[in-house]
Design a protein around this ligand. Structure first.
Ligand SMILES: NC(=O)c1ccc[n+]([C@@H]2O[C@H](COP(=O)([O-])OP(=O)(O)OC[C@H]3O[C@@H](n4cnc5c(N)ncnc54)[C@H](OP(=O)(O)O)[C@@H]3O)[C@@H](O)[C@H]2O)c1
Length: 171
């Protein structure tokens, strides 16, 4: 199948595109720089925030895997990026006859959902049958502070899906 990996030069997108090539799919990657995809993948230059170049890259594509990202600690900027780009890719993909649209969640094995890392670490330790003390540290600085304030958490109307951390532990 022809697959377009948005952000196919990124931390998640490049290995994803590489694995798709390895599995015999016809893979294209789209990034603003138009470079940095894995060997065997065709490169397109485009911008999913403006839509520039996206329609051309979608030609003949059956599946879009969206690994695009914005690096920010601003909830507004993150929500704005993912809302705009998901909607845009959905609309352009539909017009192009895309049948599958894979979207990555906000980083968290459990979520996204509000959880404390120390609690997850304690669950992990207990699940392994170990006796250890988990101590939470409060890191100084802007980024940890923004994370503590919930800068990466979903809004109240978000639809939370699994797997939960407990599901993940049992898998
Ligand atoms: N990193 C993690 O540990 C992790 C864990 C779980 C989930 N995730 C999720 O996985 C997704 C990808 O994260 P990542 O860490 O792999 O991101 P990343 O390394 O920052 O890569 C972002 C990719 O998107 C491209 N890109 C950025 N803005 C774009 C735009 N406007 N139009 C087209 N391409 C654009 C970048 O290339 P250009 O700069 O050339 O455009 C790059 O290829 C995100 O949804 C993230 O929340 C990440």
């Amino acid at each position: 199948m022809r697959v377009l990996v948005i952000g196919g030069s990124g931390l998640v997108g490049r290995p994803t595109a590489s694995e798709l090539v390895r599995r015999g799919h016809t893979v294209a990657v789209l990034t603003r720089r138009g470079a940095g995809g894995p060997p065997g993948a065709e490169s397109f230059t485009g911008d999913v925030t403006t839509g520039a170049g996206v329609a051309a890259a979608l030609d003949g594509v059956e599946c879009v895997v969206d690994c695009g990202n914005v690096v920010t600690m601003s909830r507004k900027a993150a929500v704005g990026y993912f809302t705009t780009t998901t909607r845009r890719l959905g609309e352009l993909g539909k017009a192009a006859g895309v049948r599958h649209h894979v979207v990555l969640g906000i980083p968290d094995v459990a979520g996204p959902r509000p959880e404390r890392l120390t609690d997850l670490a304690r669950q992990l330790v207990a699940h392994r049958g170990e006796r250890r003390t988990v101590v939470g540290l409060r890191l100084p600085g802007r980024t940890p502070h923004a994370m503590r304030d919930g800068g990466q958490l979903p809004g109240p109307d978000a639809l939370l899906r699994g797997p939960t951390f407990a599901d993940w532990l049992l898998a």
